[in-house]
Every structure is written in structure tokens, then in C-alpha cells.
Design a protein around this ligand. Structure first.
Ligand SMILES: *[C@@H]1O[C@H](CO)[C@@H](O)[C@H](O)[C@H]1NC(C)=O
Ligand SMILES: *[C@@H]1O[C@H](CO)[C@@H](O)[C@H](O)[C@H]1NC(C)=O
Ligand SMILES: *[C@@H]1O[C@H](CO)[C@@H](O)[C@H](O)[C@H]1NC(C)=O
Ligand SMILES: *[C@@H]1O[C@H](CO)[C@@H](O)[C@H](O)[C@H]1NC(C)=O
Length: 386
């Protein structure tokens, strides 16, 4: 083919050189005879090359293959139905599903974000060609609307992924079709925060067809699962469990595959940032009993109580709005605050009593002084009178 092109361009270059404008007018006849011969020679060669190309390379284009397969003339036949020759045979769909990255886990919204690699493979029984008939063409891409596709989806998905998807399907000469559904999955995940920060979370990703029943497709897993990359720093990966199960509806039973990602929280930071400070404030509060009972002690205690309350506000960012059971960490926090409240009340009580005591003592002193004064007066009076 390349050679043909080379010859063609060489010939046209020669012809262009001998254009009439370039030829001196003194030899018109000679030029014309020469040119005519050249042109007819050129035409002959052109015809030869072109017909040769048509004969030897007619099957090297994608169009030839599409025409052979009938992908264009019988377009609808390929999209309308399951690509099996006998409808009673279920179509085997091989799935490669990999949780590649765990991006985010939000306790408050109860969502799980992950990046998954998801490839589907099946055989279209109406597509096949002999590679040697088509210049050794083994595979090509078609727009994904051109062929039937299984209607698999992930049932936990809450939000449609906005990242671009591959618009193509790959077809192999044996009729094998590969479909790519890599995506970022925003899914729901019911999180258990009862034991926070020593909790383990399990998030499910369940693959299920919308309509296709077990009589129509069977799902099969290929490839082993790899350990995902955890981008969410608060958690570490523990395990991935896979379970194949079926819907309970007998007549239209569907196959499902559930991937359960198990993650464990890294609790060190929670302990250092929350549990320990609260405990320290608690002990400080009780240590303040050693202080003298003055107004300073009271303000010290109130400051500590406020500090604990501020720390407690941090929990708002972690805990879901209405958890099933009250998380232990909240109980711990409330317990500490309650104890501190009691100690504060006690201090207030003591100060009140001391104050009253002091006042009554003062009053007593005053009265005594007055008495003394009076006594003194009476004494002096007595003295006077004496
Ligand atoms: C279609 O498949 C069913 C079940 O596999 C089989 O019994 C039947 O003979 C097949 N029909 C044809 C025409 O091959
Ligand atoms: C493909 O064609 C070649 C020759 O055209 C033939 O030898 C070969 O057996 C064919 N292969 C298949 C799978 O039909
Ligand atoms: C081109 O493809 C057709 C089938 O569509 C086949 O019969 C023919 O032999 C092929 N020609 C060449 C040159 O490979
Ligand atoms: C996740 O899937 C497993 C297995 O099907 C199931 O037992 C579990 O209840 C599911 N968890 C959630 C939160 O849906």
C-alpha cells in the first residue's frame, strides 16, 4: 500500500513538472506527443494500482468488517435482544470487579465513596470473523449503543458518577465483548458508631441486574480480588468478603453478588485528641478541690467545664444525627460533664454555706461588738454614774 502511494506521488510529480506553462512554446508537438504518452501510461498504472488495491486489500477497512458482520444493515438486531442463538441458554457474563481505592467514609451522611474497576465480558454468538480474511484484524471498538448490554447496576449507589465513561465496547474476532464500567461510586453505607473510635465498618456494594433473571444471564467472577488502596486516612483495610446470592422472588429470580468491604478505624488520634484531654480536664477539675474556696476556684472550674463542652462539639462532626444506639463515646463525655457539673454545684454550695457562715459570723461579731460597746457604754455609764 505504501509502495503504491509512493509510485503514485512520484508519477504525479513527474506530470506536474511537465505542465504546459513550463514547456517552451517552440516545441508544442513534441511536448504533446510526449505528454499524451505519459498520461496514458499514468492512467494505465493508476488503474492497475487501484484495482490491485481493491482486490488485495478490500478487507482491511473496518467498514468491510462491519458490512460482513451486518452491524450496519441489521443494526437493531444487535441491540434488541440477548445475543444467544437459542433463547433457552442463559448468557454467561464474566465480571471483573475490583475495589481499587477507598476514597471517603462519612459517618454523618452515612456514605461510602470508592473507585471501582468494573469490567464485563460476554460472548455475542452472532459476531465472529476469520482474522485472516480481514488483514489479521483481531479486535475493534464500536459505540456502546450499537450492541446489547446487560443491565447490571450497583444497588447502593446514591449519586450518579459524573466522571466520563468509556463510550465504546471492544469486540474480539471470537465474538467476545468487553465492556468497561470503571467509576467512582458514591454509595450508602449504614455505619455502626456505637463503639467509636474502636469500631469496624462494613460497607456493601451489591451488583444486581435490573430485569435479567437467572434464566437469562449468569454472573461469574473472574480474577482474584486485590487489596484496595485506602485514601481515607481514618480507616485501615481489613478484608473484602464476597457473597453470591439470589433474590427471593421465585418466578423472576435474579442473581446478585455482594462485595463487603471491612474497614477498621485508626483510633489512636481519637484517643489522643479527645478521650485523653477530656480525662485530663476531669482530673484537673477534681484537683481544684485543693484550691482555697474563692471566686477564682469557681471560674477555674467553669473554664474547664467549657473546655470539655467545646471538645464535645467535635463529636458533632463525627456522629450521625440519629444513631440507632447512643454511642459509648457520647455516654463517656456526658458522664464526665455530669460529674464536673456536680463538683461545680458542690463548690457553689460550699461557697454559699461559707459565705453564710461568714456573714452570720460577721453578724455575730458585730452583735458582740455592739454588745461590747453597749456593755462598755453601760460600764462607762456606770463608771460615770459611779
Ligand atoms: C435450545 O436449548 C435447549 C436447552 O439447552 C435444548 O433443549 C434445545 O434443544 C435447544 N434448541 C435448539 C434448536 O438447539
Ligand atoms: C481462516 O481462513 C484461513 C484461510 O482463509 C483458514 O485457513 C482458516 O482455517 C480459517 N480459520 C477459521 C477459524 O475459520
Ligand atoms: C474478504 O472477506 C470476505 C468475507 O466477507 C471473504 O470471503 C474474502 O475471502 C475476503 N477477502 C480477502 C482478500 O481476504
Ligand atoms: C451487606 O451484605 C451482607 C451479605 O449479604 C449482609 O449480611 C449485610 O446485612 C449487608 N449489610 C448492610 C449494611 O446492608
Amino acid at each position: 500500500m505504501l509502495l503504491d502511494l509512493l509510485v503514485l506521488s512520484l508519477l504525479s510529480a513527474i506530470l506536474n513538472k511537465n505542465k504546459p506553462a513550463d514547456v517552451p512554446c517552440t516545441e508544442p508537438i513534441a511536448f504533446f506527443t510526449k505528454n499524451k504518452i505519459l498520461r496514458s501510461l499514468y492512467d494505465l498504472i493508476l488503474l492497475f494500482i487501484c484495482s490491485g488495491a481493491v482486490i488485495s486489500h478490500q478487507n482491511c477497512s473496518y467498514q468491510a468488517l462491519m458490512n460482513h458482520l451486518g452491524l450496519i444493515s441489521n443494526k437493531d438486531l444487535f441491540t434488541l435482544s440477548r445475543p444467544v442463538k437459542n433463547y433457552s441458554n442463559p448468557l454467561k457474563i464474566e465480571m471483573r470487579f475490583e475495589v481499587k481505592e477507598i476514597l471517603e467514609l462519612k459517618e454523618v451522611e452515612q456514605t461510602f465513596t470508592s473507585y471501582i474497576k468494573f469490567d464485563l465480558y460476554w460472548v455475542n454468538e452472532f459476531i465472529s470473523w476469520n482474522e485472516s480474511d480481514f488483514c489479521g484484524l483481531e479486535t475493534f471498538l464500536v459505540p456502546s449503543e450499537m450492541l446489547w448490554k446487560p443491565d447490571l447496576h450497583i444497588i447502593e449507589i446514591m449519586e450518579k458518577d459524573k466522571s466520563p465513561r468509556s463510550p465504546f465496547l471492544r469486540i474480539l474476532s471470537s465474538g467476545n465483548i468487553k465492556m468497561n464500567m470503571d467509576q467512582v461510586v458514591h454509595s450508602s453505607c449504614r455505619m455502626q458508631v456505637y463503639k467509636l473510635p474502636f469500631d469496624t465498618q462494613t460497607c456493601n456494594l451489591t451488583i444486581k441486574p435490573f430485569h435479567l433473571t437467572v434464566k437469562e444471564i449468569t454472573l461469574a467472577r473472574t480474577h482474584r480480588e486485590y487489596k484496595p488502596l485506602v485514601m481515607e486516612s481514618a480507616f485501615e483495610y481489613v478484608d473484602l468478603k464476597i457473597k453470591e446470592h439470589y433474590t427471593s422472588n421465585r418466578a423472576l429470580q435474579k442473581q446478585m453478588i455482594t462485595y463487603t468491604v471491612i474497614l477498621k478505624r485508626r483510633s489512636v488520634l481519637y484517643v489522643l485528641n479527645f478521650i485523653l484531654p477530656v480525662l485530663v480536664f476531669f482530673f484537673l477539675d477534681y484537683a481544684s478541690f485543693l484550691l482555697p474556696d474563692t471566686g477564682d476556684k469557681l471560674s477555674f472550674k467553669i473554664t474547664i467545664l467549657l473546655a470539655v463542652t467545646v471538645l464535645q462539639l467535635l463529636l458533632n462532626d463525627i456522629l450521625p444525627f440519629a444513631p440507632k444506639r447512643i454511642p459509648l463515646i457520647l455516654v463517656y463525655c456526658l458522664g464526665v460533664v455530669t460529674l464536673m457539673m456536680f463538683s461545680l454545684l458542690e463548690t457553689i454550695m460550699i461557697m454559699f454555706l461559707l459565705d453564710r457562715d461568714e456573714k452570720s459570723q460577721k453578724r455575730g461579731d458585730n452583735m458582740e461588738a455592739e454588745k461590747k460597746k453597749e456593755n462598755g457604754k453601760s460600764v462607762s455609764g456606770n463608771f460615770c454614774s459611779h
